[in-house]
Design a protein around this ligand. Sequence first.
Ligand SMILES: [Zn+2]
Length: 472
Amino acid sequence: MSGGRLVAAIGAARAAAFLSRAMRMGGGTTMPGRVARAIEPRVVPTLAGRLRHGTMVVTGTNGKTTTSRLVAHILEHAGLVPIHNRAGANLAAGIAAALVEHATLGGVPRGDVGVFEVDEATLPRVVDGLRPRAVILTNLFRDQLDRYGEIDLVAAGWRQTVSVLPASATVILNADDPLVADVAGAVRAGGAEVLAFGVEDPACGLGAGEGGAPPEHTAEARYCYRCGRPYLYTTVYYGHMGHYRCSGCDAARPAPQVVAREVRLRGIEGTRFLLEGPGAAFAVRTVLPGLYNVYNILAACACCLAMGVAPETVERAVENFTPAFGRAEQMRIDGREAVMLLAKNPAGFNEVLRTVLRSGEAPVVLIAINDLTADGRDISWLWDVDFEMLAGRAQAVVDTGIRGEDMALRLKYAGVAEERVLLEKDWERALRAALERVPEDKRLFILPTYTAMLHLRGILQRLGVVEGFWRQ
Ligand SMILES: [Zn+2]
């Protein structure tokens, strides 16, 4: 490989990043990576190979951003210098951009470990170049189907990818998600290690529906991929996460090695639980709300413990971790508290609604629904979210976004009283109307889809409430 080409690739990518930032093209998260790879196709394997402590990859439908930020945060506490891709730059070009941005012009990384979040369907395309030490598989939900096709295809891609990992690699996976847990067989067949995590606290679950079926209609992996028979659950935590076994074959939830016990969900005030794993047992105290974040924390802790980080370091790092923008970050707008909880798909939305309702009486909620490519163009998924939870309980629901009318219709059918719903298509007016409805000692809950979150962030930036995207 020509060293000159690497230098040229890094230089050109720098210039591209500078230009896109100067022209305010949204932080320039992937364009520099595309430029670098066009000049030197081996830029990713070359730079990743120079990271002293190797690379970790996080993928799955929900929780990638929080989990990968948490891994990077814990590794920083352990004295390492992680290189991390930016939120939203989850494709191969985003990883190239991160590696190039954090390297000297001569091609020396300004860090010693890579922590990258990648989209579910992208995993097979990045593993070859990155040769990760650890791969975290969080969960698989139906999400953005128009982009990726069936989740079964994604799972098949994962099985193929992990089966070629070397014995030195570890795959950290969710035992409570049947589709993800099933990947373990392919990992072992290839020779790599499996470290499974899961929740061991039926008291914080939803129980199980009639005949052992998941109680939410958002559950997608209801049928065993090996034999096609339905799974039977004794406990469902959310969506199709839970304690299950197949009614037709011997597929069943594997016993996880890293577990959460005695989970205490305190709404937006955060969460406590006991984490137990090989050589580790400690109390987790975190500001991250909701059971979905218990899974993110388990995944990140399992990964860092497997990488040899001391349990005390992991415990301390989790405690002082603050969430990313839109993932329960708290802010003050015009003298009112507000918190933004990204909701991308039915299972995630249900968990967010439960977190809101656990946070106190009669919440005021701003819902912002878009249907741009990154949100999924088909918004029929709104009918799979249990908005019925808000009926008779929400003080007010202000509704905005490109698909505000669809959301208003959904709320009507969910039984939310008409006089409590305000449809306001102007984003800033919607935000102000929602804030006005919040009593002084309460907070506003903002529940946006992905691009709605970015749009609201732009407004909050203009109002001086949050900093620029690319400074994060
Ligand atoms: Zn089966």
